[in-house]
Write a protein of this length. Structure first.
Length: 241
């Protein structure tokens, strides 16, 4: 097995005296999709924010062999780590193109030009709406823009927090097709998602998080066939089987 791109060991994250994440250990191999599924409030978003440096944490976070303990958010972005937050956090009064430009703020002019070409190639709808204000986009378009902006920084690992949240089923399918397509370009993905069915279909490896701790882990296909996971997360409880 290759050296993990992202390796998290015994991670503990607290809000004041309340411990929200308890000793979580997980890893993401280069070129893979790893998903963390679980109910709302399980600590999934907290986990991603700690990995990105948004929240202080105890334990060890290693990225591409580097211990990120003292690294700030901008340094982590420069290393190739990028987060698309659940709320997308776009600048609504700026155009699609301006939002994308912000994602490539560290890049050279040539790299930004190439970034625009690649993002517009992957998200043709964004090219059509390049001069449109981000605040006027549909939910699916906002998610595409948030992902496109993250890709402008040319990440090695893209962390996605609930990319399907609030989207219509057809748009969710499109988003997951884009996610699986990104892996083919060499981008590794850490996916936090309540839509367990879609996440397990897309991922190579999966973790189940409950009450701030990892309770189950393994190949995504195995978890998708696990009776407990099926009953708890795939909407196929005993009454429906």
């Amino acid at each position: 097995m290759s050296t993990p791109l992202l390796d998290i060991r015994s991670l503990v994250v607290s809000y004041g005296r309340v411990e929200a994440v308890h000793g979580v250990t997980l890893s993401v191999e280069p070129g893979s999709i790893v998903t963390v599924i679980g109910a709302n409030g399980a600590g999934k978003t907290t986990l991603l924010n700690a990995a990105m440096g948004v929240l202080p944490a105890q334990g060890q976070i290693t990225f591409a062999g580097e211990d990120l303990g003292s690294w700030g958010i901008e340094d982590r972005v420069a290393m190739g780590l990028s987060l698309v937050p659940e709320r997308r956090e776009l600048f609504g009064t700026m155009t699609v193109a301006e939002n994308l430009l912000l994602g490539g703020f560290r890049a050279t002019a040539a790299q930004r030009a190439q970034g625009f070409e690649e993002v517009y190639g992957r998200f043709p709808r964004l090219k059509e709406r390049a001069k449109q204000l981000a605040g006027t986009l549909s939910g699916g378009e906002r998610q595409m823009l948030a992902m496109g902006r993250a890709l402008m920084s040319r990440p090695r690992l893209l962390m996605l927090d609930e990319p399907s949240l609030g989207l219509a089923p057809l748009i969710v399918r499109d988003i997951f097709e884009i996610i699986t397509g990104l892996r083919k370009t060499g981008v590794s993905i850490l996916l936090v998602e309540q839509n367990a069915r879609a996440a397990l279909q897309a991922a190579d490896r999966a973790y189940v998080m409950e009450l701030g701790a990892i309770t189950t882990e393994g190949p995504a296909a195995e978890l998708a066939a696990d009776p407990r996971v099926i009953e708890s997360y795939l909407g196929l409880g005993k009454e429906e089987i």
